[in-house]
Design a protein around this ligand. Structure first.
Ligand code: SF4
Length: 211
């Protein structure tokens, strides 16, 4: 589990507690140009990452949709996603986040740099579920994927799914919070299983192309 972060509030991660922090300002670790350790295999800009996901989808999307295991995992993910979104809607989470985004000068916790947590495969999942990937950022100080009506992705990173700012967390009854965490956990688990299955299938498809 990585760290949890939003613009004015930072929650120390287990890793930081165990190994000590480097720069604790948040932006330095999370920001696009702020020193986050880069994965060498990852495209270096968000535009390249989006293009890579689109190329993967164009090349393998139809093949992936023919695989029975992928279809089953997509259905499982969609069910868990629907359940967790429904619970968030009923508990007023979306309203509270939209209110915060509109009323605080720094906006919601979807800050610039969080898009660097994504990978082409995770973005490919949103394409497989019918979303188009955005071609540009709406607000310079916000996550690339944040649109005028919230997140523009369907399949989101676990940090995006299970983060609640302290005010929101404190406003919820323990029973409601537990229900949300359970449903978010299922969404995260099924997203992970689908992601791993897609990686495996693409590796198999690629091998078939080798002479
Ligand atoms: S990916 Fe979506 S939920 Fe995550 S930080 Fe960006 S806009 Fe927010």
């Amino acid at each position: 589990m990585g760290f949890k972060f939003n613009r004015n509030c930072r929650v120390e991660s287990l890793e930081e507690r165990l190994f000590g922090g480097r720069d604790r300002s948040g932006d330095a670790e999370m920001g696009e140009a702020g020193g986050e350790k880069q994965d060498a295999a990852k495209p270096s800009t968000i535009g390249q990452m989006v293009e890579t996901a689109e190329r993967l989808f164009a090349g393998w999307g139809q093949e992936l949709k023919k695989e029975e295991r992928i279809c089953r995992l997509v259905r499982q993910f969609e069910t868990n996603l629907e359940n967790s979104r429904q619970a968030m809607h009923e508990l007023g989470i979306f309203r509270a986040c939209a209110r915060c985004d509109g009323s605080t000068p720094e906006g919601s916790c979807c800050s610039s740099g969080l898009e660097r947590k994504y990978s082409p495969i995770l973005l490919l999942m949103s394409l497989m579920l019918g979303a188009a990937l955005p071609r540009q950022r709406v607000r310079a100080d916000s996550c690339y994927f944040l649109g005028r009506k919230g997140c523009r992705l369907i399949a989101r990173h676990m940090l995006c799914i299970d983060y609640f700012c302290p005010e929101l967390e404190q406003s919820l009854e323990p029973k409601a919070l537990m229900k949300l965490q359970t449903l978010s956990g299922r969404e995260i688990e099924s997203a992970f299983l689908l992601q791993e299955a897609i990686k495996g299938e693409i590796a198999v498809f690629s091998k078939r192309l080798l002479p």
